[in-house]
Design a protein around this ligand. Structure first.
Ligand code: ADP
Length: 485
């Protein structure tokens, strides 16, 4: 069973206070008793001395009498005179312990006889019975003991005073106990409350609530509370860091498995795309082996095998480009590139193809510069423009323009081609993705161009997007940060 700190404090306080009050009362009461004893012992010793002096004086006045005889014959009168002088009841004994006065002792106790024997041997002694004190002292003349004088002393006043003091102590003690208990209870209660609040805060932290409010106190408990607050912040930070790490790890793992998937798909696609031209070449070789003298077959085989080999060569080149861009941090040679001039150069290099399909080129070019790798820029522009030619209609149009916006050099290439279905717009940038396999094959494409373009654009700090596409054509937008001198 758990006992609350408040109850423990209260019990401890109560026991402590009771102990203090009892010990103090006992000490004082004992002191009073001792003082009373000293006082009446002194007083009675004085009375015994007076009795002795008076006895000697009386004997001297009765010159013819022996002290012993005087005591036997005049004991009654002498004791009465002593009573008058001392104000106490007096009993006189002779040397043999026989009473020679009129009064007999009240006490019937045997102890008094022992005390008497003691006194007969020349010693002073007394006996206390309830509130009565019997004081016995030797009666001497010179060195000789004549008898014993006994005083009766009432202790009732002493006892009354002692009992009164005892009662006073009980009342005052109880009062002091309650008052100090209440004061101390409230004082310690503030500590107990602070400790209980700390316990509640720790409990909340244990349950994961790290925002628990602390309290301020200018003592060690206040410092402890601040310490707990700091600790809880530290724990929260550590947990947040750990969660962040875990999130990053999960992301990395997901990315890794995604990459692995992409890589497998990439290899599958490469194998598949390479197989097609190779199968075609192998088929022609088989046919030529079967019909070595067929001139027509030889001619067709030559043309087709040349085309397929060229296609294979281009594909290998593009696959290599892509894997190099994927895997390595390419060393680009950055320089100031005149975009207007670059566009014109590319258009010029594609002039043969443009004329072949009867395509009309329109431009709206302005002077603009970017800081980029010239070869990368050429690859980007060639591929996008090549697509605009490849997927255009016969005698279609291509419109190329560039402009500056928000420190970006923007190049827009729009065509009047077949467009791209809305649902695959996102996929055209993936390697080996083609909307129409046959059309791509006819034009020598294998779905690698846009993937390569996107990589080049991104490594140059630019962006590439398909702005719009429909059955009337497509618009691609490329932008790069403008050159700053
Ligand atoms: P490819 O080498 O086959 O041209 P790309 O990666 O360059 O491959 O393009 C991916 C696919 O996107 C193409 O197969 C084609 O279907 C489509 N595409 C690209 N550009 C255009 C365009 N200007 N108009 C219509 N379709 C396009």
């Amino acid at each position: 069973m758990r006992i609350s700190i408040k109850i423990k404090f209260s019990i401890f306080l109560a026991v402590l206070l009771i102990l203090v009050v009892i010990i103090l009362s006992l000490l004082v009461l004992e002191g009073i008793k001792k003082d009373q004893r000293v006082q009446y012992e002194q007083y009675l010793a004085q009375q015994a001395q007076i009795a002795n002096l008076y006895f000697i004086q009386t004997i001297l006045s009765e010159s013819n009498k022996e002290p012993q005889d005087f005591l036997t014959s005049k004991g009654i009168e002498f004791s009465e005179q002593l009573e008058l002088i001392s104000g106490q009841l007096v009993v006189l004994y002779d040397r043999n312990g026989e009473i020679v006065s009129e009064k007999i002792p009240d006490s019937k106790s045997n102890d008094l006889k022992k005390v008497l024997e003691f006194a007969l041997n020349g010693k002073t002694a007394y006996q206390v019975e309830k509130d009565s004190l019997y004081y016995l002292a030797p009666l001497r003349v010179g060195r000789d003991q004549v008898g014993v004088v006994q005083f009766y002393y009432s202790l009732s006043k002493n006892l009354e005073f002692y009992n009164y003091m005892k009662l006073l102590f009980i009342y005052i003690g109880a009062g002091v106990f309650f008052l100090s208990f209440i004061l101390a209870y409230f004082y310690f209660n503030s500590f107990a409350n602070a400790i209980i609040r700390l316990e509640q805060i720790v409990d909340r932290i244990r349950k994961g609530d790290y925002e628990a409010k602390i309290f301020t106190r200018k003592d060690e408990i206040g410092k402890l509370s601040e310490g707990i607050h700091e600790m809880s912040h530290q724990i929260r930070k550590t947990i947040q860091d750990m969660e962040e790490e875990q999130r990053k790890l999960t992301l990395a793992v997901n990315k890794l498995s995604e990459l692995e998937k992409q890589q497998k798909q990439f290899i599958g696609n490469v194998t598949h795309e390479f197989k097609t031209p190779l199968t075609s070449i192998k088929a022609y070789i088989d046919l030529l082996e079967m019909y070595p003298d067929d001139q027509n077959l030889l001619e067709t085989a030559k043309v087709n095998m040349k085309n397929e080999t060229q296609r294979l060569y281009e594909m290998v080149d593009k696959v290599l480009q892509l894997s190099v861009l994927e895997k390595y941090d390419f060393e680009f040679h950055r320089e100031k590139v005149d975009i207007q001039q670059e566009i014109l150069l590319v258009l010029n290099s594609l002039k043969g193809k443009i004329d072949k399909f009867g395509i009309k080129i329109e431009t709206d070019l302005t002077e603009a510069y970017v800081e980029a790798d010239k070869d990368s820029m050429a690859i980007v522009l060639v591929n996008i423009m090549d697509n605009a030619i490849k997927y255009n209609r016969t005698k279609g149009n291509i419109f190329v323009k560039n402009y500056l916006k928000d420190n970006q050099v923007v190049i827009e290439i729009s065509d009047t081609g077949i467009g791209i279905p809305e649902e695959v717009v996102e996929k055209i940038f993936e390697p080996f993705y083609t909307v129409d396999k046959n059309r791509s094959r006819q034009s020598g494409g294998a779905g690698l161009g846009l993937a390569i373009v996107k990589k080049h654009v991104e490594t140059q700090g630019g962006s590439l997007s398909l702005v719009k596409t429909s059955l009337e054509g497509s618009l691609f937008r490329i932008s790069f940060p403008a050159y700053r001198s």
